[in-house]
Design a binder for this molecule. Sequence first.
Ligand SMILES: Cc1cc2nc3c(=O)[nH]c(=O)nc-3n(C[C@H](O)[C@H](O)[C@H](O)COP(=O)(O)O)c2cc1C
Length: 196
Amino acid sequence: MADRVLVIYGSYRSDRMGIRLADYIVAGLKGRGAEAELIDAKAIGLPMLDRMYKEYPKGSAPPELETLASKIRAADAFVFVTGEYNWGMQPGLKNLTDHFLEEWFWRPAAIASYSAGRLAGARSGFVWHGTLSEMGMIVVSSTLTVGPIAEALTSDGRPQGQAGQLLDRAFIRFADDLAWWTEAARAQRTRKAPPY
Ligand SMILES: Cc1cc2nc3c(=O)[nH]c(=O)nc-3n(C[C@H](O)[C@H](O)[C@H](O)COP(=O)(O)O)c2cc1C
């Protein structure tokens, strides 16, 4: 059974760079046989959080929220692609994530951070670790840190130069780690229904 993985990205900037990494990860996971799908917060166009998905009476949530909830519930794993704004999270990614809670539970999540500089968004990745854990996901220990992103990836998400080679090497462990936990979590969900 192919792993269903959502790759979630949340920059709303016109000149955004992180889409390169999101595209790279989707292609890389597909290359390994996973059913990977990009979830682009900007393309979905969620407003700033008013009501969480679960706060809408059944069947009355906006269609984009309903569709997203179904995709999250059906997924086996998540990859959060996070840039860093002033040492913190991108608001668009956090906003999308906060619309849901129980929908995220009992699945693994991996963090891929990037930035324009050499620290590769690592501070943002660090913050996401605690947040995803609070939201009921198993955060895998392998991370991707890509920086400067413009050196590592072309505009269509292909690795380039030495930074691209390093990324390709790191991706193997990152994807192996996520796949292992994806299989483990799916087996456990099958063996024993989650308690809530
Ligand atoms: C508001 C803002 C704050 C930023 N703060 C940081 C930062 O704290 N650390 C860092 O390494 N890069 C920082 N940058 C540079 C980003 O790493 C770079 O612009 C990156 O491409 C942002 O992701 P995006 O292009 O996908 O939106 C910042 C950029 C913006 C727009």
